[in-house]
Design a protein around this ligand. Structure first.
Ligand code: ADP
Ligand code: ZN
Length: 515
């Protein structure tokens, strides 16, 4: 299960927005520090999911600012009706609802109910929502805190907060206690672990063992890093029921979008099916955010309804940021055009199943100097060839720059592409047995036997080979690269269909010439 989750996460780390990070050469006076932080914003923007992650972290009402205070939410505010998709998780929680409503019944039969339920999965997939909905359904109070609220500098503070939380909850009688980001307090103990964190964790474990089936208390914890958790947390009598809350598939996205569209004046032209298809890799929170952005755009126009055009603009805005004015320097614009055309060309040649939606050489609000916006085909598992192609597409920006402008002109714009390509290559070597030994997890071996052997060299070799192949492909199709780059210099942003038509035409001219 855990491994499946890791792989799925990895599968979703496929390029979507191949952006060229703004470099200091592109923004005179911005300085290196500015460059690095921009790069980071961009990588957090695209590091997580298929299309993109919109906000690095969904802002949770109250979390963080609570400073450890316990909140009790309005009992009726949220029910299972507010949760679309997540059928499996809902099914597991239905039993707990019954338990919360009649704990005596379970006590009478001597049933041992799970004291703790761990919801795990990427941010924004509705873990908090599910916990709140459980409390709402059962009509019991909901106490919520974030794991990071417990972690303090002074030994003992976190532990006393845990005790205080359980004391309040006990007073309330039957209730749901929700601990978000449990990994902040429940990380695996190692040489660096602090006394404070150990004490906090121990306090939690001992509080949990102190209540009984008849009490009707359910503790729900959430994490997006289950592999980091101390195994002590997962033992029977603790968080012994673990429910994966994954990113929604296409049909699930459709139902989440429809649910959040219900209370908005959506125009009839909104194509929900198409929206669900476009939003590969979006979490429930990103989908909610998308419709909210569309509503904001529509409010500004104030024409009564939210139209498909608002949603499409919101989609672009949330992923890439709003277009900013074109760069003044002609040479820089040329470099960016070649870089972006490189990504688009290799994408078209190697991964035609992915849908290119926009290629732009306008600086984006999220700090890219230009970008390709691609909607990846929906997949659960990635094959070796798909991963290699993904790396080639990522490296194609730099390869195109080198081919056209030479080593001397190399820019810093490909840093994010290179980092992501290297992450994929490392996963292939370390975990997936996709480069060299087909059945060895170098990572596990390293943990058990120490050392990673020559894994670093193998990653390098893989990346070097893929880069050479990428350059060869660019050189073989240089006319198509030029055609798209020239069109970009004229129009600055092209929709995907237009860009693909330009590439296809140039590619078919090439093949006619060679025939
Ligand atoms: P998590 O706790 O997993 O980070 P949240 O529960 O905080 O995610 O989700 C944030 C918001 O995203 C919710 O309040 C809701 O508006 C929306 N959302 C997420 N998943 C779903 C879902 N399955 N159905 C409906 N809305 C959802
Ligand atoms: Zn790039």
């Amino acid at each position: 299960m855990k491994q499946g989750y890791r792989l799925l996460m990895l599968a979703t780390v496929i390029a979507a927005v191949c952006g060229m990070a703004l470099s200091f050469t592109l923004e005179a006076g911005a300085g290196l520090r500015g460059t690095l932080s921009r790069g980071l914003i961009l990588s957090s923007l695209i590091g997580f999911a298929g299309v993109a992650i919109l906000r690095p972290q969904y802002q949770r009402a109250g979390s963080g600012s609570m400073g450890g205070e316990v909140r009790e939410k309005d009992r009726q505010s949220c029910t299972f009706q507010n949760v679309a998709a997540n059928a499996q998780a809902l099914h597991s929680l239905e039993e707990l609802r019954d338990y919360l409503m009649t704990p005596e019944k379970y006590a009478k039969y001597g049933a041992r109910m799970p004291k703790g339920v761990l919801l795990y999965g990427p941010p924004g997939t509705g873990k908090t929502l599910l916990a709140r909905a459980l409390a709402g359904e059962a009509g019991v109070p909901f106490f919520a805190l974030s794991g990071s609220d417990f972690v303090e500098k002074y030994v003992g503070v976190g532990a006393s907060r845990v005790r205080e939380l359980f004391k309040k909850a006990r007073k309330a009688g039957r209730c749901v206690i929700f601990i978000d980001e449990i990994d902040a307090m429940g990380k695996k103990r190692d040489d660096n672990s602090s006394d404070e964190r150990d004490q906090t964790l121990n306090a939690l474990l001992s509080e949990m063992s102190g209540f009984y089936t008849g009490d009707g208390v359910v503790v729900i914890a959430a994490t997006n890093r289950i592999e980091m958790l101390d195994p002590a947390l997962l033992r029977p009598g603790r968080f012994d029921r673990q429910i994966e809350v994954g990113l929604p598939g296409r049909d699930e996205r459709l139902s989440i979008l429809r649910l959040h569209g219900e209370n908005k004046p959506m125009e009839a032209d909104v194509d929900w099916e198409n929206l669900a298809a476009m939003t590969v890799g979006f979490s429930g929170a990103s989908l909610e955010n998308l419709l909210n952005e569309a509503a904001i755009l529509a409010s500004a126009r104030d024409s009564g309804t939210i139209q498909m055009d608002d949603v499409e603009r919101a989609f672009r805005k949330t992923i890439a940021g709003e277009d900013r004015p074109s760069l003044a320097d002609a040479q820089e614009r040329k470099i960016i055009a070649i870089h972006e055309a490189g990504h688009a060309l290799l994408g078209r040649l190697l991964m035609p199943e992915n849908k290119l939606t926009r290629v732009s050489i306008l600086p984006s609000g999220h700090g890219a100097a230009g970008y390709n916006l691609t909607i990846p085909a929906e997949r659960v598992m990635l094959s070796r060839s798909a991963m290699e192609n993904q790396i080639r597409v990522l490296l194609a920006g730099r390869a195109a720059e080198l081919t056209v402008f030479g080593e001397e002109q190399t820019t810093a714009g490909a840093s994010n592409d290179i980092a992501r390509a290297t992450e994929l290559a490392a996963a292939m070597v370390l975990e997936l047995g996709m480069a060299g030994e087909p059945a060895v997890s170098v990572r596990v071996l390293g943990r058990q036997c120490g050392g990673m052997g020559d894994a670093g060299d193998r990653c390098r070799k893989l990346l070097d080979e893929l880069f050479i192949q990428t350059r060869q492909l660019i050189e073989a199709h240089i006319a198509a690269l030029d055609a798209l780059a020239s069109a970009l210099l004229v129009s600055e942003a092209l929709d995907g269909e237009r860009a693909c038509a330009i590439l296809d035409e140039a590619l078919s001219n090439e093949s006619q010439k060679t025939a």
